[in-house]
Design a protein around this ligand. Sequence first.
Ligand code: SAH
Ligand code: SF4
Length: 368
Amino acid sequence: MNRQFPKSLHDLGFSGLAAVLAAAGVVPHHAKALWRALYRESALDLSACDFLPPLQRWVHQSVGAGKAFFLDVPEVVDEIRSTDGLTRKFLLRLCDGQIIETVLMGYDARQTVCVSTQAGCAMGCVFCATGRMGFVRHLRPGEIVAQVLHARRILQQIHPHKRLRNLVLMGMGEPLNNLNAVLQALDIISDTRGIGIGPSKIAISTVGVVPGILQLAAEARPYRLAVSLHGSTDEERTALVPAGRRWPLDTLIDACRSYGKTTGKRIFFEWTLIAGTNDAPQTAVRLAKLLDGIDAHINLIPLNPTDGFAGTASPSGLAFQKILLAAGFPCTFRQSRGIDVAAGCGMLQAAKRRVSLPDCDSTRPITE
Ligand code: SAH
Ligand code: SF4
């Protein structure tokens, strides 16, 4: 039996959508109206949209429960707001019950959304709550796109005049382990007929998956690249980031050099500062040496304590930063609201598994 499984419309790029309509005898011209409804208006219910009759009929026949297509509209399980209300973290339930995190950050002129790319993560970084969960599954493109749409709907409600301008792939999961879906999602998200977040405002963060870095360079993808380094020697790094055994520092840094050369782009290196582990002055000196000749910006991240990891945030971040600045590298601290507090690392998700749902106050302030 040739059973057709329902597909998410949010999984389809513009040409895919036009092809689906064409196959149903709806002239491709209507794809623009459908795209606009999905990505300009962030429609939650296409049957309520003001379409011309052919498209309306197709929607009626093809979209909805038990039909060929559905919309990715995750359910909000919980929301946590920062005390100033500018950062909102959402725990979203996907259609198969998996729970992921998405964060809307609006604490400066930039309006940024941080999205997840996998449920769980296989890479097992010891300080990361998502890593402790292990890998559950990849997200589909539509599930990545839907997080951006959700953030944009919320932004429109709270600040109708503000636009969502930035996207970081720093939520749960390793984007380069799910690269095809990520790239399909980014094509949709950056399409100027719809959501239209500029490719230069999109950052992909990786733990250092070398084949993925090389693929991004070979395909001249226009996105920004962030590499989570956290260690200046293989010994220091693999103790925190097991993926460092698969791609040792010399291989990873070679790939970064090659990425920089091919794309001409600056690379952002992320460094979670852990007291007594990777915050010594000689580590900063080694890091500067390692990155010598690379157009690099170093982002220092204060460690967020997580269950099962005994490390603590470093008190000597400023001294570490000073050494890198003196070596000529732009080096900044990542703002400690938003991704750093609970999202980006599955901490809200982990907390949720410990605390039963009714105990969660949706306006509980984030402790900073
Ligand atoms: N898998 C990708 C992207 C998601 S993690 C990656 O590792 O880059 C996004 C960032 O959050 C990474 O730099 C990661 O090292 C950092 N991070 C994870 N857990 C953290 C924690 N408990 N405290 C501080 N930073 C953390
Ligand atoms: Fe995965 Fe990134 Fe967490 Fe490492 S830091 S376990 S790569 S999500």
